[in-house]
Structure formats: structure tokens, C-alpha cells
Design a protein around this ligand. Structure first.
Ligand SMILES: Nc1ncnc2c1ncn2[C@@H]1O[C@H](COP(=O)(O)OP(=O)(O)OP(=O)(O)O)[C@@H](O)[C@H]1O
Ligand SMILES: O=C(O)[C@H](O)[C@@H](O)[C@H](O)[C@H](O)CO
Length: 221
């Protein structure tokens, strides 16, 4: 190791202890003042995950799994249809925009209330078939700082969903309604970057795992 030696002719007056401490305090004061103010960590983003798609695509099956996996409150959209909507669908009559606005407003309010009560996020099932429905729900994220609305669109073809709804027991939505869902459907495209699309032609377990992986990949965005 290279050792430095002071030339003996050079007299370096050693500062007295008090000036040393003064210098040390001054140096510390300067350093503190130069130190950048502590940056407070940004509050974690709170997500409203809206699982969307036509009847039978797996919204309830996937959303309940996501809510459990992420330990988040789960809002089942079907539970908030007014009775007249349920009756219409049970009678094989497709809903109209007018039928849906109140329901959509209830769902987005429920999601907002969950976050208001301290939840770090929530998972909502809502068909949200049309772009304007998704825009309506997006307003929650535009109104509140730190709240992010994201959509998980469960993508399938009509014949597959007809089969799945046919095989389902005890639900008011019957297979004869599935085609009308696709007529109303405005599939999300690249103009909606807050939508992640998941193919639901695979097994339920695969779809659930894929959806969870996609969500986790977007949590920090
Ligand atoms: N990937 C899958 N593979 C096989 N069956 C599935 C899959 N996903 C859902 N299912 C089944 O398809 C039926 C419809 O699923 P689910 O009720 O979750 O759909 P949904 O979108 O919530 O329907 P709705 O909008 O009518 O409430 C259920 O019987 C469910 O068990
Ligand atoms: O917008 C709609 O037409 C309805 O919400 C359907 O898409 C759902 O499948 C219904 O909730 C039954 O589950």
C-alpha cells in the first residue's frame, strides 16, 4: 500500500479542538442543508379492476379468483342489477343503454366506496360491453388522484359462450341471450390501453392464472 509522508519542513498547525468541533458542526450543517429533502414515497396506486365481457365469458369465475388471490374486496355486478333488468334478461330481452346507466353508476360508486373505506383496491364484474360504458367507469380514476381503473376483458367467441351458458345451472341469463351480447359488444382495442385482454378458450384454471399474471404485470403502471 502506498504510504504518504508529510515533508518534515512543512508545519501544519493542528486546529484546536473547539475550532475543530466548530468546523465539524459547520461542515455537518452545510452537508445537511445540501442534502435533498427526504422524498416521501408516492402513495401506492389503488386499482379498480373491472372484469368485463359478454354473458358467460367467466367474469364471476375469474373475478372471484382474482379478488381472493389479491386479497381485495369483490363486487359482483349481477348483484346490483335492478329487478326490472333481471326480469328483462330472464325473459330473453336484451338490456338497453337506458337500462344500464343506473346499474353502471351503482357499480362505480360501490368501487369508489370500497376505496374510500380504506381498501387498497377492488375487483368488480361488469359486462361493460360498450366503449361508452367503460369510459363512464373510467371517470372514477379521472376524478380521484391515486386511483387507477383497469379492465380485464375476457375474450371468447360466441359459440363457446353459448355452450358454457347452456351448461350453467341456476342463472337467469340463458344461452339465447348470448348472441345479443355480441351484437351489443364493442370489443376494446388499442385505443383503450388500460384494457388487458385474456383469451378464455383455455381451462378455467389457466384463464384465472393468466388473468392474475397480467394484472400483477400492470400493478405498477
Ligand atoms: N375457462 C373456462 N372454461 C370452462 N368453463 C368456464 C370457463 N370460465 C367460465 N366457465 C363456466 O362458464 C359458465 C359462465 O361463467 P361465469 O358465470 O363466471 O360467467 P359470467 O361472465 O360471470 O356470466 P354472466 O355475465 O352471465 O354472469 C360457468 O358455468 C363457469 O363455470
Ligand atoms: O350488460 C348486460 O347486458 C348484462 O350485464 C350482461 O352482460 C350480464 O351477463 C348480466 O349481468 C348477466 O350476468
Amino acid at each position: 500500500m502506498h504510504r504518504y509522508t508529510l515533508r518534515s519542513s512543512v508545519q501544519v498547525p493542528l486546529p484546536k479542538m473547539d475550532t475543530l468541533s466548530l468546523d465539524l458542526d459547520a461542515a455537518l450543517a452545510r452537508r445537511t442543508s445540501l442534502r435533498k429533502p427526504a422524498v416521501k414515497p408516492a402513495p401506492a396506486l389503488r386499482h379498480i379492476w373491472v372484469v368485463t365481457g359478454p354473458a358467460g365469458c367467466g367474469k364471476s369465475s375469474v373475478a372471484s379468483y382474482l379478488a381472493q388471490s389479491l386479497d381485495l374486496p369483490y363486487i359482483e355486478g349481477d348483484d346490483y342489477h335492478p329487478p326490472e333488468n333481471v326480469k328483462k334478461m330472464s325473459d330473453g330481452i336484451p338490456l338497453t343503454d337506458e337500462d344500464r346507466w343506473g346499474w353502471l353508476d351503482t357499480l362505480r360508486q360501490k368501487a369508489s366506496d370500497e376505496l374510500e373505506s380504506g381498501a387498497m383496491g377492488c375487483v368488480v364484474t361488469c359486462s361493460a360491453l360498450k366503449r361508452r360504458y367503460r369510459d363512464f367507469i373510467r371517470q372514477v380514476g379521472q376524478a380521484e388522484i391515486g386511483i387507477v381503473v383497469r379492465f380485464v376483458y375476457l375474450r371468447a367467441d360466441v359459440e363457446l359462450l353459448i355452450q358454457r351458458v347452456k351448461a350453467r345451472q341456476g342463472h337467469f341469463m340463458k344461452d339465447d341471450m348470448v348472441r345479443s351480447q355480441f351484437i351489443a359488444l364493442e370489443e376494446p382495442d388499442s385505443s383503450e390501453p388500460d384494457v388487458v385482454s385474456v383469451d378464455v378458450s383455455e381451462s378455467l384454471m389457466e384463464v384465472q392464472k393468466n388473468a392474475l399474471r397480467e394484472i400483477k404485470a400492470r400493478m405498477c403502471e
